[in-house]
Design a protein around this ligand. Sequence first.
Ligand SMILES: NC(=O)c1ccc[n+]([C@@H]2O[C@H](COP(=O)([O-])OP(=O)(O)OC[C@H]3O[C@@H](n4cnc5c(N)ncnc54)[C@H](OP(=O)(O)O)[C@@H]3O)[C@@H](O)[C@H]2O)c1
Length: 344
Amino acid sequence: MKSGRLCWGLLSTARINERLIPVLRESGHSELLAVASRSREAAQAYASLRQIPRGYGSYDELLADPEIDIVYLSLPNHLHAEWSIKCADAGKHVLCEKPLALTVEEVDRMKAASERNHVLIQEAAMMRFHPQMRQLSEAVAQKIIGEVRLIRGIFTFTLRRPGDVRFDPDMGGGSLWDVGSYCVSFARAALQAEPVEVFASQSTGNDGVDLSFSGQMRFPSGALVHFFSSFDSFPHVEADLLGTEGRLYLNLPWVNQPGKTGRLQLTCLRSQGEKSTFGDGLRQETMDWKTYEDMNGYRDEVDSMAASVLNGAAPVVSLADSRNNVAAINALAQSAREGRPVTL
Ligand SMILES: NC(=O)c1ccc[n+]([C@@H]2O[C@H](COP(=O)([O-])OP(=O)(O)OC[C@H]3O[C@@H](n4cnc5c(N)ncnc54)[C@H](OP(=O)(O)O)[C@@H]3O)[C@@H](O)[C@H]2O)c1
């Protein structure tokens, strides 16, 4: 650690790194020290283009660097567990991309590695670090819309990159693991509860992964969740929660970035002071309950990691939380494969 600043290493030259790099550069608590790639040439070219001081030709070399405190792990999904454990065994903290792992057994092994090495491993589900998620969960707990009956979420885009890891079933491909994982995490966090039963169906492509996925979850309170994820659809994001007393709507539920305004809108009944035709004197009113301008969910996750590592703040997404997300996703995948409801 350099004068109280965390030294970060990027494990891989993945495209998603571009979101973290500016945030690491701007932060007062972190410094971007190194990048590693399977190819030395790629690592050095990547490092030189982005002015990263060290470019390593293997992931192991980065882990052997004693000045690296924390690793941003942006490998394909099937490598998250293996390399998080290697990072932890090398004494590095890990911010691991979502989904944290592909099985609960993998999460259990990551937890054991985190505990035996006294390092933090946390899932980079950046939506969860953004104030919007916390304020939404609080609003639900305070019953601002009464009892939640339904949560709906859509996260779709069009993936036209042959050979993308998302098309490979052996690499944790498919839209459920890729973007459906946000919808599952969102509903669980909003309700602060775990699903008891799921039911799902999917459309698969030639590679065998789901290109589109429709999932339903039932929670102990009776709240029902329906989400749709796809990388074979027009890009669209939104989520809403319908309660007995109102509705919350989010235009940017999953990714908040600079230049965009997230709106958390509340619709509820207000007295209009006079009797209406049907006598209740009430009308629906929609307002921006919270707005989030120019905010950056990636900054939130980096700040949060630093607060935990440097100051002992509790992690926002615990390993138990990520484990439950992985369990729900696997149950949904099983339901879609077998065409029947699955209980958890
Ligand atoms: N939080 C978010 O907003 C967000 C957004 C997009 C993606 N993600 C997550 O970030 C991770 C990376 O996604 P991405 O789209 O950025 O990935 P990507 O561009 O395809 O890069 C993945 C990197 O992993 C390395 N790698 C190691 N073994 C590999 C293999 N067998 N096949 C292919 N690449 C391999 C490669 O780096 P080297 O060649 O340098 O070794 C490659 O550049 C995924 O887990 C994804 O779910 C998160």
